[in-house]
Design a protein around this ligand. Sequence first.
Ligand code: NAD
Length: 255
Amino acid sequence: MIRVGVFGASGRVGKLLLEDLKETKDMSVSSVYVRNSLDFSIDPSILVSSDMKSFLNACDIVIDFSLPEACETLLEVAMKTPKPLVIGTTGLNTHQLNLLKQASEIMPVLYATNMSLGVALLNKLVYQASAALEGFDIEIVEMHHRHKKDAPSGTALTLSESAAAGRGLNLDKVRISGRDGNIGERTKDEIAVMALRGGDIVGRHTVGFYNDGEFIELNHTATSRNTFSKGAIRAGSWLADKEAGLYTISDCLEL
Ligand code: NAD
């Protein structure tokens, strides 16, 4: 039985994680980290703690869907109490990403801005399309619910990395995230990543390849957040016995 520590348990994805783990063979929740207290009841055998060390000591692996600052603290403490970490939090800054890399030198860390099988495949398709459709303009649009804090989404950024890699481009040099005013014509290599926010949209990503006379749009729509919680559980089960290292969802899915 793999004992899972849930970090971000009171969040939209975290709550589903707790529910989905109840239905999962060979895995169960053993600890939950809270800042204050939980506003819902939970099996009394589960450790509910605001002490990060106790939280980590009580589990075999951690699944995290929180916020960047919280994830940063988790990574810092986990370096002293190593555990396999499944990190789903998005919007990590350069410092936090470096911390994640450092942590992966002493424990297995799977970092995925999107835990779904569909988006893992979409990244592969985008890489291929970007390489094959030379001269097509690439534009990415993402849509999420009104509560999402980071923009553009981690998934959209990962898709833009796949698109840039397919063309051998340096994403930092070609990515733009808005157009406004008399900015002139589109430049050849730019890749726009645009974010729309509204309602309860779970997550929709479109990567378009546009040319004179034709265009292709690759689209993924998540209709349920269980796609992410179930994907993270699958990732945790896979990661539990791995060596230290930084893994992606594609490693886990063998894509
Ligand atoms: P949410 O705002 O509903 O939940 C955030 C959780 O983090 C809450 O439980 C909150 O209590 C906790 N938290 C916030 N600050 C904290 C702190 N300082 N210390 C400890 N805990 C803290 O968010 P959500 O919609 O559940 O999403 C969580 C994260 O997961 C976001 O970054 C989101 O973009 C990302 N996400 C990733 C995927 C994926 O597949 N990788 C899918 C959906 C969402």
